[in-house]
Design a binder for this molecule. Structure first.
Ligand SMILES: [Zn+2]
Length: 204
């Protein structure tokens, strides 16, 4: 028995670098679980993809639910046009992280009508203006993850991300950081952005 145990230990030692790799991945998993439950699994555990999708979408489509409801903090919707809307990201990468999307449930920009497409992209431009006015960021991440394999959290309903960035925030992929700083609460972001969209409308 003793010999067997020693042999086992030796085999373990032989896999030292593999173990170290796993340990490193586990550390990242643990870190990200507190910050980005979805992105963690997409990046490190593709085998859990279906499971993650279930967590993200327990029932129905959150965007369609928000589109059907009146604008309020409960739906995180800060602005609407005829065909499009702006909602706060419930799990922001940074303060002021918003999503710009069509109201209609649609997985592909090519399936939007011309009217929906132009409305969406017009709103995208307005949203960029508002984010700049509201947060005075040094830069903005602005983009669309098209499809689950491209990193879309809710792949069946397209949505652009707009993320204000500041020099030194380093929060976009905090793989080595212990903390992610989001200075503003969702309630504060909601009030600030609703006000800014309203102000912009009044100026028109
Ligand atoms: Zn939807």
């Amino acid at each position: 028995m003793k010999k067997k145990a020693v042999k086992k230990k030796s085999a373990g030692a032989g896999n030292k670098s593999a173990d170290a790799g796993n340990k490193s991945a586990d550390a990242s998993l643990q870190l990200n679980e507190k910050i980005w439950p979805l992105e963690k699994d997409v990046l490190f555990r593709p085998d859990r993809f279906k499971y993650v999708r279930k967590i993200v979408q327990p029932k129905g489509c959150v965007f369609c639910e928000a589109a059907k409801s009146p604008m309020s903090f409960e739906t995180l919707c800060v602005y609407q046009t005829k065909h499009s809307m702006v909602v706060l990201n419930k799990f922001p990468y940074n303060s002021g992280h918003i999503l710009v999307l069509p109201k209609r449930h649609c997985a592909d920009p090519l399936d939007l009508s011309n009217e929906e497409y132009f409305d969406l992209h017009d709103l995208l431009r307005v949203a960029l203006l508002v984010v700049r006015e509201a947060y005075q960021p040094g830069g903005v991440n602005m983009g669309l993850n098209l499809g689950a394999v491209a990193g879309a959290g809710i792949p069946d309903h397209i949505h652009y991300h707009l993320i204000p960035r500041w020099s030194g925030d380093l929060n976009f992929f905090p793989l080595v950081a212990e903390t992610k700083v989001v200075i503003e609460s969702l309630e504060m972001s909601f009030e600030r952005l609703v006000q800014c969209f309203n102000d912009l409308n009044e100026e028109k």
